[in-house]
Design a protein around this ligand. Sequence first.
Ligand code: TRP
Length: 456
Amino acid sequence: MVQNERSNFGSKLGVVLASAGSAVGLGNIWRFPFETGNHGGAAFILIYLACVLVLGIPIMMAEFYIGRRARANTAGAYRKLAPGTPWCWVGRMGVLAGFLILSYYSVVAGWPLEYLVEAATGGFAGKEADQFIDSFNAFASQPLRPVIWLLLFLIATHLVIVRGVEKGIERSAKVMMPVLFILLVVLAVCAVSLPGASAGIEFLLKPDFSKVDGSVLLGAMGQAFFSLSLGLGCLCTYASYFRSDTSLPRTAFNVAAIDTLVAILAGFIIFPAAFAVGIQPDAGPSLLFITLPNVFQQAFGSTPLLAIALSLMFYVLLAVAALTSTISMHEVVTAYLHEEFKMSRRKAAVWVTLGCTILGICCSLSLGVGSSYTLCGMTLFDIFDFVTAKIMLPLGGFLIALFIGWYVDRRQVEEEISNHGTLKVHIVRLLLFVLRYVAPVAIGIIFINELGLIHL
Ligand code: TRP
């Protein structure tokens, strides 16, 4: 394919790392553990893994196809591939979902910065599990501090976005991802060897299928989409910068494997530690932040300097992992405004950052001063999470599957997935079968079941 003047990722490793950088983030380290905790443990994880395999990988390949074939932002891509049809609304819904997720995600992305300061000033020393819970609640419900961190975080995202694709996105992913991975392994080993950790390991490994209901299925599916950055055209936008010799199936498998490994590792840090110190696994969004300081305390309490060094490293890396994800969401919306409305990239980025700042502040305040404003028992923060992860992303995935499975000509899919015949790919048939039948039916059943129209 002729490469137009849009920029491209510089190397093959860069492609995998940048996509993995988008996928690996708070979704794995913060959201996966708390959703697992809310939904009863091992059975949820098994269903999650099935969702990654059956829905995640095929839909990721579909997004890669759309992006690289069209070489445009997500809404523009549908217009190029299906001119004059309503398919571009799938892209537009994705842009909206990206904007909404970025808003509340940045709130959580700011929290590690507070913990970074806390760790650097020795604030963890001598605290018990209960005190960590109290201090988290006191922090998150304050009006000002979380908002300052949120702002700082959005500004950092903004700066990377205006520096452009290769310099900004690719470089930050290349260095940080491997370091994060090693640190997670170290922390998992520490957590698993805490006294009393075995109950947590059992929670992760012994499925209790009697607890599986519709909300577990929807939760696992939503988490798979969220964690793999699917359903809103994020990886489609990244694929528009892929080189024409990048193998789409291999990249999809690698990204899904890295992402899943990081999530499971995070589980092996959080649950053994939570059970060891008596924190409830269903503590919700605070779970990571109230559990982790205990690991540093308990495992390294006797060598305070090591505890401080490791906790500093962890919070820096968590913030960077979040940053490589926020960049990818910001890029979806910025590329859309830039290409569809002919705004300069810089101006588009400013609008996105400003909009997210306003919505992000509302989400942050909804955890404290605004917590009495609820809808169906959910705060604004919860509503953003629910509507995006559990409705918009799976719906986006459903439509993407239909688009590739039924609308696009299969020869074109074969051509693009095999890089115009230079790669031998045997899976196109299977891929199309899954996208035609399996994915739409599975997502449809989970949705209908959740609406209460049928009961599994
Ligand atoms: N996958 C990221 C994480 O796990 C978050 C994310 C980035 C995302 N881009 C996305 C989620 C697009 C959904 C869609 O933290």
